[in-house]
Design a protein around this ligand. Structure first.
Ligand code: GTP
Length: 479
């Protein structure tokens, strides 16, 4: 019968340090001999040893050494809506230097009567005029940027900012012209999806495209052309072959024609301008995201602290067909923009970058917290920021939403607030400038990205009171 015999106490199984506290250190075990499995006690010791080592490793992972000032690397701010990328189209594939089959080994091609039979028998690809068609290297892949509805931000381009298309295939030849030879394979275009509303510009250069609609695309870099193939001929035979092709290699310098041309490489600036019909603006915490979530299916981050919204949230408002063919039956996309604060146009808070997303909107909704200390001042602050950034924004039709009227204090002030806000602005609405179309937007676009310094002074000098009054002032409670 087999029985388990405990090992002698004297046999050292695991030389654990007497001080238990130091077990946590893996170094305490580094000098332990290899422990074969076999006895129960050994097995327990092994298990114990493993769990201690595991714990100490986990502890290291959980509490990484605190970085010293030297090891701290400052990470640059990443804008979800602006990025610079470099793209390179594929190089063209190489052609080949070929010889005519009979030229390689004349002895083999001699017929019975010394005639060159191979030349007669071999059929080459020929053009309609009888000239030889020589294979060419494959075209390098173009780089295409296209608007994709499933994309929301440009953030992923911060992780990967370089894109290379594939090169064209080489002419796969063994050095001899034959009818079996094919052109090198053309490389597929590299298609890069970007969110709807992305503007593609050359880095600090001209506007290439505004990809505002699904499927819009632009070729930003062209692939290189494939190299041609040349026939290598001894001088005395060239004249004869020249009648069927001009691609004859005369000297070494001609080889350059065989190489595929390099693909274009460009640095591009991608700028996202949200495509929305309605833009929700207001101070941080005014309740913009809550309002968007209440009237659409959007699920923005909502919290009781400023700047919960770090990038525009989009929501789709379905029209109500029961209203008939009237103006309220159309669908609309709403964008909730991150909270503006005083000085945003100078870069304060989350800065001015978000203001560009108002560019395509046709209607603005000012969300004002009616329970705030001074809602009228808040409303003016936002209007002032818009005016400083782009006075055109104040000429667009807008609605003021006095929010949070479930709070008794807000409810009490509502009538006065409504009246006071309604009075701010001129009642003469210039319908010509009131609605800014996307096309009319573009001359301003150039200014805006560079800081709007080119906006005429007289426009900026206009007081808020001189811009149109709101279409409506409404009190709401999302809760
Ligand atoms: N009582 C009350 N609270 C509201 C109402 N609407 C929003 N809130 C609260 O106001 C706070 C801010 O709401 P958000 O929707 O995150 O505000 P926001 O304007 O999007 O804020 P930012 O992301 O900073 O621009 C949240 O705690 C909401 O619950 C409302 O109608 N009544």
């Amino acid at each position: 019968m087999l029985s388990w015999v405990p090992p002698q106490r004297s046999s050292p199984i695991l030389n654990l340090p007497s001080d238990k506290a130091s077990w946590a250190s893996p170094s305490a075990f580094s000098s332990q001999p290899f422990l074969p499995y076999g006895s129960r006690r050994k097995w327990i010791a092994q298990k114990h040893y493993r769990s201690i080592v595991l714990k100490s490793v986990l502890a290291k992972v959980k509490n990484p050494p605190s970085p010293t000032p030297e090891t701290l690397v400052k990470e640059s701010h990443k804008y979800f809506d602006e990025v610079v990328i470099t793209v390179r189209a594929g190089d063209g594939g190489h052609g080949a230097i070929l010889g005519l089959p009979n030229q390689k080994d004349p002895s083999k091609s001699q017929g019975k009567f010394g005639k060159d039979k191979t030349e007669k028998r071999t059929s080459f690809k020929r053009d309609f005029d009888g000239s030889l068609i020589l294979p060419v290297g494959g075209h390098g892949g173009d780089v295409v940027i296209y608007a994709d509805e499933s994309k929301d931000t440009l953030l992923e381009f911060h992780k990967k900012s370089r894109y290379n298309a594939k090169r064209g295939g080489n002419v796969d030849a063994m050095g001899v012209l034959s009818s079996q030879l094919h052109n090198g394979l053309a490389a597929p275009a590299l298609c890069i999806p970007v969110p709807l509303g992305t503007v593609v510009k050359q880095k600090r250069g001209k506007l290439l495209a505004d990809l505002a609609h699904p499927g819009d695309e632009v070729v930003v870099a062209r692939g290189g052309q494939g190299g041609i193939s040349l026939l290598e001929m001894p001088k005395h035979r060239r004249k004869k072959v020249m009648t069927v092709t001009t691609n004859i290699m005369r000297d070494e310098s001609d080889k350059v024609l065989v190489y595929g041309q390099p693909g274009e490489e460009v640095s591009l600036q991608l700028i996202l301008r949200v495509v929305a019909d309605v833009g929700l603006v207001g101070l941080p915490n005014a309740g913009k995201s809550t309002l968007l979530a209440a009237i659409t299916l959007a699920k923005p981050d909502i919290a009781d602290y400023p700047f919960t919204t770090l990038m525009p949230n989009l929501g789709r408002l379905d029209g109500d067909p029961s209203l008939g063919a009237g103006q309220f039956s159309s669908e609309a996309t709403l964008a909730d923009l991150p909270g503006l604060i005083e000085g945003a146009h100078l870069g304060k808070g989350l800065g001015r970058n978000f203001l560009r997303h108002l560019r395509r909107t046709r209607l603005l909704v000012h969300v004002v917290d009616a329970a705030a200390e001074d809602p009228v001042r808040d409303y003016r602050t936002v209007k002032e920021e818009l005016r400083m950034y782009n006075p055109d924004y104040l000429e667009r039709p807008y609605i003021v939403v006095l929010n949070k009227i479930d709070i008794p204090e807000a409810m009490e002030r509502l009538p006065n607030l409504t009246e006071e806000i309604q009075r701010i602005g001129s009642d003469k609405v210039d319908l010509e400038t009131g609605t800014t179309s996307e096309t009319a937007d573009f001359p301003l676009a150039r200014n805006e990205d560079q800081g709007d310094n080119n906006i005429p002074r007289e426009k900026k000098a206009k007081e808020i009171e001189e811009y149109p009054q709101p279409i409506a002032v409404v009190g709401v409670s999302v809760l």
